[in-house]
Design a protein around this ligand. Sequence first.
Ligand SMILES: [Ca+2]
Ligand SMILES: [Ca+2]
Length: 455
Amino acid sequence: MKLILKILGIFVLVGALVGAVVLVKKSQETRKSAHYASIEALFLPDKKTVKKGDFLISTLMLDSKGEKLSAVDLRVKYNSKVLKLVEVNPVLSSGGVTALFKSESDILVKKIDNTAGLFSLAGISMETDGTKMAKGIVSLFKLKFEAIDSGESEVLLDSTYDNQVSGYNPGKSDQSLNISSAKKTVYKVKVDSVECKNGEMACNGDFSKMCEQGKWVVRTTACSCGCSQGICLPCETPEPTVEPTVEPTVEPTDIPISAVGDVKVAFVIAFKGVRASSKCAVDWPVKVILMGGGEIKSYEGVIAHRTEFLNSKGENLYEVEINVKKEDFSPRKNVAIFVKGPKHLQSKFGIDEQAGFYGKAEGELILDDNLIFDFSESPVLPGDVVSIVDGKMVIGADGFVNGVDFKAVKEATSAYKSVEEGGYLAEDLDGSCQVNGLDTTWLVRSLDEKQEQLY
Ligand SMILES: [Ca+2]
Ligand SMILES: [Ca+2]
């Protein structure tokens, strides 16, 4: 039996329903001319992106544009490859909710077809008092969809179906309302489930993990003294175990000091994460310490000049050059060079072309005017941004990369701290002129080291 007949049948039963609430079912043309007003159909929310496997609830509503509504006969269409309609429930009017239906018995048709992606619904308002009939934004149904695959699905009234809404038009034979769609409703399903927020950190047992591009990346080295909130806990700092002073094995005065002249010490380094795009890492000042033969000499504020050359990781090479006077530092062999960037942990270099950590005491470098050492494959690690002075966090390195430095970079990230090209921002570890999730990543890598190399 045609739905219209069913509805009419109900009217006959109800008898004294207000006015002639009739769904006028004529040919398309006559029906168009018969519409006495226009209303809009809308689905809320009209846009949403969900993960595969998630549920999404969409409410079908009618904006009656001030007209009173009495009955609906509609078909909703969706992409059944992307969404599965798992449940539909009428919204019932109560309290502050404006809905067409008062009870389940007002629903005449409620049919889901997940193969074709169609939902048919029809129902009628049993309100007999014309002044109380629903108008305004009128809720009809809540549709619960399951996101079954990646893609996009429009949710809309099926235009191939003769959707009808009848209103209350007392004294007139014309009861049909024209329906247009208020907005295009599109629901998107992403198959790449986002597990976490970028930059977020957590622990996985003794391993710390960090969120990169929506996925957890667990670090390969376990924290040696436990993990808390994604940060390896500092171990109880043992007193630095200085090797009992071994008698220097270097034959004294291999070259008589009197014969030693001044020497030019030159080398190239790289700063972890500083690449061609880092426009705020121009000429960073570094501290250089020479150590050897029981002597130590420190040079502060030495400018590392940026070059266009890159190391194997695409990081820029910086040239450093110091003129070492013989009276300041006399050893010319078995020398170690320590370098500390403005927000970096101090690194030790003991051999030319060093790639990685130099684990030995002293060093093996020979100082000679004609040599330029290449330390660029072992970039200095950033992250020592702040220290604690009198219980307060202040900008400035303290030789440690730890939770306070992490906090500073995290806060600067949330504040979107940035600086003009060529400027300097302590928390901007890779000199990209802004503090973002990547800086947090560099910091986390430095947390592995935690402390600078002193010996
Ligand atoms: Ca620090
Ligand atoms: Ca940055």
